[in-house]
Design a protein around this ligand. Structure first.
Ligand SMILES: Cc1ncc(C[n+]2csc(CCOP(=O)(O)OP(=O)(O)O)c2C)c(N)n1
Length: 276
């Protein structure tokens, strides 16, 4: 069902704000994983601001939903959301990746409130998240686990071990999303280690897949709700996205996987996000 106009605006405004903050924090920190932080923003905003059962005042609340950013280099975008939600004072983000601050480029669960798993070594977060889902089942708990993967990450063998385990143990209490921006660190995924047809691969391993436009909030929310309602198979949402989404000179450009912004470039990026 389409979102109401107000709900759509609430989430879209939030996603815009998060993207602007990603640019500001990058300018101050000297560098960041811009491309993948911008591509993951819309569905991460939908998860955090509409669905997830989390409490910024009690980050380790036992019955919270777990959210694992397996593509740990998206930590810049993840921290920006956690700061906005009040898991820590938002101005602390100005020290992102600075010596002595709680933020490294990949977020540490022992230092940053709201982070459920320390990730960065690609594919391991997926296994950690599946373990959390399995733990909930064994303990009879009804919290849900969300796991965000990148497509480059799906080139790791560990992912496919997890996919087999997810199907075998019928982990329907987790929702997985792959940020299918088709770009890896230094070029298109299909030129590095082809993944297509990615949805069919997950299906062949026993998962239900839902393919969406990962920037269309209606499709994102429909898919998240369908995944929660699924009782037979684990669900992988393949979210087609654009690396660097929203900043015209970064979109689809692998060189913006990681980069720094001087004040002039940051101003251009903000102008692009604001449609100027
Ligand atoms: C096990 C492992 N191998 C290599 C890397 C280095 N690395 C960091 S990001 C990345 C790929 C980036 O592309 P993708 O995963 O698709 O991320 P996105 O486009 O969503 O930013 C790689 C290979 C890593 N972090 N972990």
């Amino acid at each position: 069902m389409p979102l109401s106009a107000e709900e759509h605006k609430r989430l879209a405004d939030k996603a815009k704000h998060i993207r602007e903050r990603i640019v500001e924090v990058t300018e101050r920190s000297g560098g960041g994983h811009l491309g993948g932080s911008l591509s993951q923003t819309d569905f991460l905003v939908a998860i955090y601001y509409k669905y997830a059962k989390v409490d910024p005042k009690n980050p380790r609340w036992e019955d919270r939903d777990r959210i694992v950013l397996s593509k740990g280099h998206g930590g810049l975008g993840h921290a920006t959301i956690l700061g906005d939600l009040g898991f820590f004072p938002d101005p602390e983000l100005d020290k992102f990746n600075k010596t002595g601050s709680k933020f490294g480029m990949h977020l540490d669960r022992m230092k940053v409130p709201g982070v459920d798993a320390s990730t960065g070594s690609l594919a391991h977060g997926f296994a950690i998240g599946l373990g959390m889902a399995m733990g909930a089942k064994l303990a009879g708990k009804d919290w849900h686990t969300y796991i965000v993967l990148s497509d480059g990450e799906c080139q790791e063998g560990t992912i496919w071990e997890g996919v087999m385990a997810g199907a075998m143990f019928k982990l329907t209490n987790c929702t997985c999303i792959v940020d299918r921006n088709r770009m890896s660190l230094d070029g298109p995924t299909e030129e590095i280690m082809a993944l297509d047809p990615l949805d069919k691969k997950f299906e062949a391993f026993g998962w239900r897949t839902i393919v969406i436009d990962g920037h269309d909030l209606n499709q994102v929310c429909d898919a998240l709700e369908a995944a929660r309602a699924e009782t037979e198979k684990p669900v992988m949402i393949v979210a087609n996205t654009v690396k660097g989404k929203g900043v015209d000179f970064m979109e689809d450009q692998p060189k913006w996987h990681y980069g720094g912004l001087d004040s002039e470039m940051a101003a251009r990026a903000l102008a692009s996000l604001r449609g100027k």
